[in-house]
Structure formats: C-alpha cells, structure tokens
Ligand binder design. Structure first.
Ligand SMILES: Cc1cc2nc3c(=O)[nH]c(=O)nc-3n(C[C@H](O)[C@H](O)[C@H](O)COP(=O)(O)O)c2cc1C
Ligand code: SF4
Length: 529
C-alpha cells in the first residue's frame, strides 16, 4: 500500500516535528522533492502547522479543569522551542498534561514530571508476547473464519450482537459492514480510527498499548469479513508509544499467520500516525488527512462505505468497536451467549481516581464515579456522559445507565463512554467558557453555521464570565445553536450547540446570575465587573 505524494510530503515534513525553526524552507524543499506546487504544499502545511510544535499543552476540558495558569511557564522551562496549545493529548486521567519532543508530562506543583510511557492498569489484561497471545487462543477466530470461509455467518453476528460504534456516534455497525460487504468493487479498505481526539477519551491508546495483538486480529477479522484487502490503522500523531508497541507486534503476527494459513492471503496492513487535531477523528476528515490534504470533513452522501479512501468503499470503525466485536465472538464461540460484554469507560474531571475502567456495558454512572472514581455523586453538579459531544446532564443520584439508549433517553449521548465529572464547586459559566472556546478553536471553518456559531457561543461565555453579557445575547445564541444543529456539515458544530443548549436548560439560574453581576461559585469577574 503506497501513500499519495501529498501524504508523503506531509508525513516527511511532520516526522521531523521537533525542528520547526526553518519550516518554510523545509516546505519548499519537500514540495520540490514530491513534485507539488508550492501553493498546494503550503495550503496543506498551514493546516497542520501546530503538529510541528515542539512543546504542546493540552487544552481539553479534563486537563483545563486541573490547570492553575502556571503550566505554560513550566513547559517553557522544559522546552523553549515553540509552545502550541492543542486539543486533547489523550492522557485525561493525568491532567494537566503536556507533550514535548515525543514525551508526555504531568505539569503540577510548578514542575513537569515525565509520565511512564505505558502502565498496566487493574482489570485490563496485558499481552506483549505472541506466545502468550497464542496460548490464550489468539488468532483462532481469524484463522477459523478465513479457513472455513465463515464471512456471511460472522457478518450476521455483527447484526445479532447489535454491535454499535464506540467512536462516538453509536451507529449500528451492521449497516456499514453490510454496505461494504455487498459492494462489487474489488478494492476496499478498512480504516481503523485510533485518532482519539475527544477530550475525556483515552481508551483506544490504552487498549492498543495493553494488547496490540488483539487489535491486529480484530482489524484483520473485520477486513476479511467485509472483503477489504487493505487495512490502515490511523493513530493520533502523538501516540508514538502505541505505534511502537503495535508495530512491534505486527511482524511476528504476520509471520505466524502466513505459516498458519499457507497460501490463503490476509489483508495488507499499514500502521500510520496521522497528523491533525480533534476534527481529524471525524471519519471523512481522517480520510482527507491520510490522503495528504487538509483535514476537513467531506460532504455526504456519498458515504465512506460507497466512496471512501482513495475513492474506494471503506469501512471505518473505532478501535474499541472492533475489539468489542472480537471479544463478543470469542465468548459466543465458547458459551453460545450473544449478550453484551465489558467496555472500557473513561472517567475524568472532578473525581479522586480518574482512569479507564473495564466494566459491564450499561453500568450505572454511580458505580463508575463512586466505586471506581472514589468520589460521591452527591458532590457533583453535572456529568458530561460522552465527553464534549454528548451534552450535559445534572449529576442526579448516579442511576444513569451508561449505554447508548439509556443516556439518549436521559437527553444526552454516551459518545465514547467518557464521563467527565463536574464538581458542585465549579462555575458552569467557567466550564462552558472552556468548552466553547475549545470548539471555536477546533472548528475547521468549512461550513458557516459552525464557523460563526462556535465564535458566537464562545464569546457569549467569555462575556458572561466578564459580566458583559445580556439576556438578548443568550436568546440570540439559542437561535444560532438551532442553525448549527440543523446546518453543520459534521458533528463538531452540532456538539458545540448541544453543549450550549444543555447548559442553558439545566443551569440557566447560574447564567442569569452572571448577567446581574454575581458568580455563585466566586470564580468569574476576577478583574471586577
Ligand atoms: C469532531 C469529531 C471527532 C471525532 N473523533 C473521533 C475519534 O477520535 N475517534 C473515533 O473513533 N471516532 C471519532 N469520531 C467519530 C467518527 O466520525 C466515526 O463515527 C467513527 O470513527 C466510526 O467508528 P464507529 O462506528 O466504530 O464508532 C469523531 C466525530 C466527530 C464529529
Ligand atoms: S461543523 Fe465545524 S468542524 Fe465540521 S465541517 Fe463544519 S466548520 Fe468544520
């Protein structure tokens, strides 16, 4: 599988990410090398410029909640070669987090402490050796499906298990898998989405780092079932450790499978770190980035299952969706049970023990927060059950079942299963100021409702926290949010609107108090109203 010239240009440029002093010269040189016009090369590079930053400070909500304002200074002392603020770095349980020259740091108490690249976590099995994987019957399902040609049967199980996407949308997997399966095109792709940019979500990195063999089997299995001859595992640009662990497991896996399958072929696989930001996790924006263009969402239809990567039918699934299917299939093969399994919930924000916890699908928010997070639900004001895309709910009494349908019935979205807890001491205006400024900075600007709407919502919360907002501004923002919900090209604009509308729905009292110059949590108006 070869990359397009545009992508080769981009990846070579960004693979020397710690030396951005002479970027313009590099762009010229590489444009010439790959036969690109300078304006084309600069157009692409200008989108990904921040990826060249040497030092990066996370501006995702879980990290921001823990910041005290000294982080940039600390980071500059560690690395003074250019500091960028970038969206979620994928270590939300260790906030505030920064990244410098390929290493992650926790920034606290005025100093930077390097994070151990990969730590084992309770309840998550670590498998780092092919022999261990094989002794746990690893690759058995894949080999069986290939040798006995059980594609149709396996596809039916995707439907029977009611498999839904854990990348944020909860979309029924069978619909996409079947569309790619029935396509008559001979060249098809599987794109494994490991770009993981949703603030509060860090499960895919942990899943890959703890057992890379599982993802290799799960991805090849999905590709075989839908008839994709090419697999691309697209990792977040900063996930160097996950890339190295995955690549380390790859060669021995292929060697083993070639021996076990003889002349029967397996799909080709490419493991690729892909530059970009929060928006790049959106499936069509991810395809653009892989093809070496600006990572802006495509208009749909056509959907990726019809016209995807390089114009070919493409199945795009999140890492955990594929792993969950493999896990269900293993259990079904052994026990005949088609019921739900465990999912990796991410917990961050105002809890004692933020972390990633493997729990039965549909566990209650109370068990996650209290038993795993070590905090009392009664001390929380709100929960964001699906990171920044699923909206906000009052914390309630902890009986919210964390499954797609229950969270939807409660008026929010489960998203990736990333719960961010907000303490009673927090000011919701302050929280929303961070949220909406995040969306403003992450909006790619391709469509007007989001380009202008995120700016208006961000300004509203800035004004509220500074005591200059009016009731009229809130009413106007509601109209804007409606347009964003109906008219945004991708989920980013809709998520921004949903967060605003929920904050108004449940916390209008706090908003109104800010208009009359009172911040009940004594957080805002630091400069005086
Ligand atoms: C702004 C935005 C960011 C997204 N980021 C991710 C991401 O980082 N990882 C992911 O798997 N899906 C992400 N998605 C969802 C993808 O577009 C897509 O639905 C998903 O990869 C499909 O896989 P699934 O059906 O297995 O969930 C994002 C969506 C939006 C709108
Ligand atoms: S909704 Fe926002 S992020 Fe998505 S395409 Fe439109 S401008 Fe870009």
């Amino acid at each position: 599988m070869a990359l397009r010239h545009e992508a080769e240009f981009l990846y070579e440029l960004l693979n020397d990410p710690f030396n951005h002093q002479d970027s313009k010269e590099q762009v010229k040189r590489l444009a010439k090398k790959y036969g690109l016009r300078l304006y084309e090369a600069e157009n692409v590079w200008s989108f990904y410029k921040q990826n060249q930053g040497s030092a990066k400070l996370c501006r995702g909500l879980p990290c921001t909640l823990k910041q005290n304002g000294s982080e940039k200074e600390v980071l500059r002392k560690l690395d003074d070669e250019g500091l960028e603020e970038i969206p979620c770095l994928g270590h939300c349980d260790n906030g505030p987090v920064a990244w410098s020259k390929g290493k992650y740091y926790h920034i606290g108490n005025g100093s930077a402490e390097e994070l151990v690249p990969h730590i084992a976590r309770p309840g998550i099995k670590e498998v780092h050796d092919l022999k261990d994987f094989l002794s746990m019957r690893g690759f058995e399902i894949l080999i069986n499906v290939i040798k006995k040609d059980r594609k149709d049967e396996s596809l039916q199980l995707v439907k029977d298990f009611n498999l839904r996407g854990f990348g944020g949308s909860g979309f029924p997997a069978y619909v996409k898998w079947n569309a790619v399966f029935i396509s008559r095109e001979t060249e098809k792709y599987l794109l494994v989405n490991a770009h993981e940019g949703e603030p509060g979500t860090f499960k895919d990195r942990i899943l890959i780092e703890s057992n890379p063999y599982d993802l290799i089997e799960a991805s090849l299995l999905a590709a075989v079932i839908v008839g994709a001859s090419n697999v691309i595992i697209a990792l977040k640009h900063e996930y160097l450790e996950a890339e190295s662990i995955l690549k380390g497991a790859f060669d021995s896996s292929v060697e083993y499978l070639s021996g076990a399958l003889g002349l029967l072929e397996i799909p080709k696989m490419m493991i690729q770190r892909v530059p970009g930001y929060y928006i790049t996790g959106e499936e069509s924006a991810l395809m653009e980035a892989i093809e070496g263009r600006r990572s802006e969402p495509r208009l749909r239809p056509p959907y990726p299952a019809e016209v995807g990567l390089y114009g070919k039918p493409t199945l795009i699934d999140n890492v955990e969706t594929l792993l969950y299917f493999l896990g269900r299939l293993r259990e079904f093969t052994e026990t005949g049970i088609k019921g739900p399994g465990e999912k990796l919930y991410c917990l961050s924000g105002d809890v004692e023990r933020p972390g990633a916890y493997s729990l039965p699908y549909g566990i209650s928010s109370g068990i996650l927060i209290a038993q795993k997070g070590g905090s009392k639900v009664s001390e929380l004001k709100a929960v964001l059950p699906g990171g920044l895309s699923g909206g906000i709910l009052p914390a309630g009494n902890g009986d919210l079942k964390l499954d797609f349908d229950s969270v939807k019935d409660a008026g929010a979205g489960m998203g990736t299963g990333a719960l961010i807890a907000i303490s009673k001491d927090r000011c919701m205006v302050d929280v929303m100021r961070t949220v909406e400024s995040f969306f403003e900075m992450e909006s790619c600007g391709k469509c007007m409702p989001c380009r202008y709407g995120t700016k208006e919502l961000s300004k509203l919360f800035r004004d509220l926290s500074e005591g200059t907002a009016t009731i009229g501004a809130i009413e106007s923002a509601k109209k804007t949010a409606d347009v964003m919900t109906r008219g945004s090209i991708c989920g980013l604009g809709q998520a921004s609107a949903k967060m605003f509308l929920d904050s108004i729905k449940y916390f209008s009292g706090e908003m109104e108090k800010h208009i009359s110059g009172d911040c009940p949590s004594k957080v805002c108006f630091q400069g005086g109203v």
